[in-house]
Design a protein around this ligand. Structure first.
Ligand code: GLY
Length: 380
């Protein structure tokens, strides 16, 4: 598989290095990392830690983590927040910052984000701004956060004006991805995270996409294929982040499927009973490949193959699968135009010349997108 950073498997854990100079860190992937967390985190030489978690994850894992940290001589306190996207708010940011200060966390100490993307983004942002920056460790507990949001240092909260509009780049000091924690993840969330796994193959690694087609059942079942998928995804993301940490270029490739996907999330009012992020990305990636085929850039057979795999794992791929409807072509275009990746009225898409051959397409004419959406909505 191409485009990946180096990695090393020692005992049951795989280490994926993220070589970012003085912000370099390791991602550890494997079953059973939670009970080893104390020793791994103590090696970072902190004195005190605050664990930030939510009311779904905390009761399952926070005490085991705090016990492991205390056994390694660290002073650990726990802050438990409500689950859900609404927690990525100014009010919760204030709460997390004050909890970090109340725990007397100094520059050398640590914040630990134990949870999915919401907890990781919020805690990472709080760590970025308290005392002008304290260190933090990501312990992602969903497939989506293990393969995407815990890696690369994007942190932030939502504003009433839009998602992720307030934030900072702040790299973690360590990422511990215990793949056994995914055993309790609902199937719908596994599928949604898996869409981001597939994305890495579609961007620049056809061999990894083929591997996914053959091995996805093992990923869902928790076999060694799951560790392989998480480690390979982290390698792929690390390689992009090392090339373009602040998204001035190549990092935008990670947004494959996201221009359509974000528009669908906006139209469904971020209501997770209707659509979760990974489902929007699955529909978005299928549309990106179909749009590429319609523009004559990509073989139709590749677009069909992408859709067939996503359908096989149970992900939605069509606009008419959005519960409650996806709006009109103009509403979809309007939702895309509000996306922060739009500049000067032109739409930026990640399009593809084939599986593993994605590229950044700037200045895509809105009228071509509109005609494509009209055709898609009439197709069934
Ligand atoms: N999730 C996309 C990125 O981290 O750039």
């Amino acid at each position: 598989m191409s485009g990946a950073a180096a990695r090393e498997t020692v005992s049951t854990f795989t280490t994926v290095p993220v070589p970012l100079g003085d912000r370099a860190y390791d991602i550890l992937v494997g079953r059973g990392l939670l009970v080893e967390a104390g020793a791994r985190i103590a090696a970072l030489k902190a004195r005190a830690v605050v664990i930030v978690t939510d009311a779904h994850v905390g009761p399952l894992y926070a005490e085991a983590l705090a016990g492991s940290l205390r056994a390694s001589g660290l002073n650990a306190s726990v802050l438990t927040l409500p689950p859900g996207e609404a927690t990525k708010s100014y009010a919760r940011l204030e709460q997390v910052c004050d909890a970090i200060l109340a725990a007397k966390i100094e520059r050398g100490d640590l914040v630990i984000a134990l949870g999915g993307g919401v907890i990781g983004d919020l805690s990472g942002f709080a760590a970025a701004i308290v005392r002008r920056g304290v260190r933090f460790v990501q312990m992602p507990t969903t497939l989506l956060s293990q393969v995407d949001s815990s890696v690369g240092g994007k942190t932030g909260i939502n504003s009433p004006l839009g998602k992720n509009l307030v934030g900072a780049f702040h790299q973690p000091s360590l990422v511990l991805s215990d793949t056994a924690l995914l055993d309790s993840l609902p199937l719908r969330e596994m599928r949604a995270g898996y869409a981001e796994v597939v994305k890495y193959g579609l961007i620049d690694d056809e061999a990894f996409f083929s591997w996914c087609e053959k091995n996805w059942r093992g990923v869902f079942a928790g076999g060694p294929e799951r560790d392989e998928a998480v480690a390979q995804s982290c390698c792929a993301k690390a390689a992009v982040v090392v090339r373009d940490e602040h998204e001035n270029g190549d990092r935008a490739l990670l947004n494959l499927g996201h221009t359509f996907g974000h528009a669908l999330e906006r139209i469904t009012a971020y209501d997770s009973t209707r659509l979760v992020h990974g489902e929007g990305v699955a529909i978005g990636m299928t549309l990106a490949f179909r749009f590429s085929a319609a523009l004559g850039l990509c073989p139709q057979a590749d677009a069909d193959r992408v859709e067939a795999h996503l359908v096989e794992v149970g992900l939605p791929t069509r606009l008419d699968q959005v519960p409650g409807g996806c709006g009109t072509p103009d509403e979809l275009l309007d939702a895309m135009a509000q996306d922060k990746k739009v500049s000067g009225g032109a739409l930026t898409f990640i399009l593809a010349k084939g599986i593993g051959k994605s590229f950044i397409a700037k200045g895509v004419e809105a009228e071509k997108v509109r005609a494509f959406l009209v055709e898609q909505l009439q197709a069934r």
